[in-house]
Design a protein. Structure first.
Length: 273
């Protein structure tokens, strides 16, 4: 179905003769249209709460760090885009670092990420993070066993220090089925407008599925703590996943009181030690 905003959808839905014409001529499917309308309504409600949430963060000088990890094509970028859509970009940043430079390769592994941490009154979203060393790097041999094991030994302590210093820290892991990932990657490959999303590593995501699974399980088991759990979100339905992520974010910033409680569904699993 073509992209419409909420006002467009409501105008069409409220004009019975237009709806009948579109359905009769197979331009839209009524069920999918209603699903889209409901999604846009809920998304708008959540985005209004995100604006209130950001105002709270700015006024109280909170520092908020949100990490997005997950399999290729699991919807990390799409979720971040919907969060950022209506908030003030001067007080919110997306960090998606490229591969380390020669200089950075000689630094403490966390150093280039630490430089991107939020300032007072700011939200920062890591579209992939230092957890590259937990999964992607060992899968493709970009780090050796010693480097991987050292990271796994250090990461919980590093993150706890950030929390001790007052940073509000949430870790999302977006999971996707193998079949759904295959379909999304093929869709991206076949579309000139989406082809840029597929890098060299993405092209091997299916081939290395089991290797990814091994390191993902290890990461989730060893780096989920009671204070810093992994928030696992099933994303075969991208729209549902986006709503669930925003709900969790709104409900879990200490001190913020949403106008209403948005309950998460079974699509969200909180994994801690």
């Amino acid at each position: 179905m073509a992209e419409f905003d909420l006002n467009d959808l409501e105008r069409i839905y409220n004009k019975e003769e237009i709806m009948d014409f579109l359905v009769e001529h197979d331009i839209i499917k009524e069920k999918k249209f209603i699903q889209q309308l409901n999604y846009e309504k809920e998304l708008q409600d959540l985005q209004l709460e995100l604006v209130r949430l950001q105002t709270f963060i700015i006024e109280n000088n909170k520092r908020v760090l949100i990490i997005f990890e997950g399999r290729d094509a699991a919807g990390k970028g799409g979720a971040i885009k919907r969060i950022m859509m209506n908030i003030n970009p001067k007080k919110a940043r997306i960090v998606a670092l490229p591969k380390p430079t020669e200089l950075e390769q000689g630094q403490w592994y966390f150093q280039r990420y630490i430089a991107q941490l939020p300032n007072a009154g700011e939200m920062v979203f890591f579209d992939r993070s230092w957890y590259n060393r937990a999964v992607v790097e060992p899968v493709f041999g970009f780090c050796n066993t010693q480097q991987h094991e050292l990271f796994m030994e250090e990461v919980n302590a590093v993150e706890q220090r950030l929390v001790n210093d007052g940073i509000i820290f949430i870790k999302f892991f977006l999971d996707i089925s193998k079949d759904e990932q295959k379909e999304r990657l093929e869709d991206r490959m076949s579309s000139p407008l989406k082809r840029w999303k597929v890098g060299g590593l993405d092209e091997q995501a299916q081939e290395k599925w089991d290797d990814y699974s091994h390191y993902i399980r290890k990461m989730l088991d060893l780096t989920a703590t009671h204070e810093l759990p992994w928030i696992e979100v099933r994303t075969d339905s991208k729209k549902t996943a986006r709503l669930e992520i925003i709900k969790y974010l709104i409900n879990n910033i200490p001190g913020f009181s949403p106008e209403k409680r948005f309950e998460n569904s079974e699509k969200v699993v909180i994994k801690h030690d």
